[in-house]
Design a protein around this ligand. Structure first.
Ligand SMILES: NC(=O)c1ccc[n+]([C@@H]2O[C@H](COP(=O)([O-])OP(=O)(O)OC[C@H]3O[C@@H](n4cnc5c(N)ncnc54)[C@H](O)[C@@H]3O)[C@@H](O)[C@H]2O)c1
Ligand SMILES: CC(C)=CCC[C@@H](C)[C@H]1CC[C@H]2C3=C(CC[C@]12C)[C@@]1(C)CC[C@H](O)[C@@H](C(=O)O)[C@@H]1CC3
Length: 345
């Protein structure tokens, strides 16, 4: 029996849909009666009603079948920030995003929602209640951020009402939640290796951590409000929990929740950042001989030791955004979702 086609505005594709954010987004879209196709370089799950297309987003011929009869595309694919692979970041986040835009236009896609990052304006100095009109980082701390800046520019510049191709960029910050592959697992690995005894700096720096369901909510709000008469066309939007928290309090809550000790002793921020820079340089010089990845990268130290939280006022104003899960509930649900990461597990 022919599958009943949903109205075109309910047919979407999620590029990067096998990932942490992507899968949560796919699940919520299905709940909201979208028909969903996933395009990803790997298939990490099966879901009734989801059509999987496996391929590299840098390959337009591989991408096009996933965009057939689709009016809305979410682009939330990126190499993992921890890969620190400059060439891969450029290939996927810059060249690959050009390919995504071309493929969307060829396939007649009407809306493209990009998952950008609040870190596109972060240069390692304090940002308190930062608004979207802050300038892009002139000296991004890492290659990942460098390419996320270019990626966001490409997508927002591609917004063209005359051609009926509308784009918007969502800037989450510090996404956490069940199935997160990089925040909690890396934190626990560091704790298990005895590297979480120290607080970097005085421990008072406030930051945003955003529960994944709030990020999904922000993406779908943007997609459903993206119309030619909407103020959001071609603009970036911060999506956070709107509850800045001390970075080290968040770390401690997660660690203690999983049965590990909270960091106790303070180390001067400048000392740790200087050591991280030296280690990064050493790793770069020795790369042809030996591959090692310092745990405390300059970006991680900067994130751990400075204020970086962002205003969601524009998203509240233009999209009616407000978080659907509180930080406290998000932390509880996240800790409960990782029994295998508990101390002694
Ligand atoms: N996790 C965070 O804290 C955070 C915060 C802000 C923004 N973001 C952004 O959110 C998006 C999703 O991040 P995530 O945490 O879910 O990461 P993730 O690594 O879990 O998911 C990324 C997905 O992209 C896919 N992918 C990578 N390269 C690809 C390619 N060449 N072709 C096709 N698919 C490819 C991966 O297979 C993976 O499934 C990314 O764009 C990231 O920059 C993440
Ligand atoms: C230094 C320390 C105590 C590390 C343990 C936790 C970190 C692994 C973790 C804390 C903040 C996280 C973070 C990201 C990656 C993992 C952390 C460094 C991002 C850099 C991932 C990519 C996003 O685009 C960034 C964003 O702007 O949201 C994240 C910022 C926070």
């Amino acid at each position: 029996m022919a599958t009943r086609l949903r109205p075109s505005n309910k047919r979407c594709a999620v590029i990067g849909g096998s990932g942490f954010l992507g899968r949560h987004l796919v699940e919520k879209l299905l709940d909201r009666s979208y028909s969903v196709s996933v395009f990803d370089i790997r298939q990490s799950y099966e879901l009734p009603g989801v059509t999987f297309h496996q391929g590299d987003l840098c390959d337009k011929q591989a991408l096009l079948p996933a965009l057939k009869d689709v009016s809305l595309v979410f682009h939330c694919a990126s190499p993992a920030p921890a890969s620190d692979d400059r060439g891969l970041f450029h290939k996927v986040n810059i060249q690959g995003t050009r390919t995504v835009i071309q493929a969307c236009m060829e396939a007649g896609v009407q809306k493209l929602v990009l998952t950008s990052s609040a870190s596109v304006v972060f240069e390692g100095t304090d940002i308190k209640n930062g608004r979207e009109d802050l300038p892009y980082a002139k000296k991004p701390i890492d290659y990942y951020t460098e390419t996320k800046i270019e990626q966001e520019k490409l997508v927002l510049e591609a917004c063209d009402k005359e051609k009926g191709f509308l784009t918007v960029a969502i800037r989450p910050h510090g996404i956490f939640g069940p199935r997160d592959p990089q925040l909690v697992p890396i934190l626990v690995d560091m704790a298990r290796r005895g590297k979480m005894k120290f607080i970097i700096g005085d421990g008072t720096n406030l930051v945003d951590f955003t529960f994944v369901e709030n990020v999904v909510h922000g993406h779908i709000l943007a997609a459903e409000r993206l119309r030619s008469d909407s103020p959001i066309c071609g603009k970036p939007y911060h999506i956070t929990n709107d509850e800045p928290i001390r970075f080290w309090d968040f770390m401690s809550e997660v660690l203690v929740g999983l049965g590990y000790a909270a960091p106790r002793y303070h180390l001067p921020y400048a000392l740790v950042y200087g050591l991280a820079m030296l280690l990064w340089l050493l790793a770069l010089i020795l790369r042809p001989l030996v591959a090692f990845k310092p745990t405390f990268t300059p970006m991680r130290v900067a994130l751990a030791g400075t204020h970086h939280y962002y205003s969601c006022e524009r998203a509240k104003q233009d999209m009616g955004y407000k978080p659907v899960v509180s930080l406290k509930e998000g932390i509880t649900r996240t800790v409960e979702s990782y029994p295998h990461l508990r101390q002694g597990a």
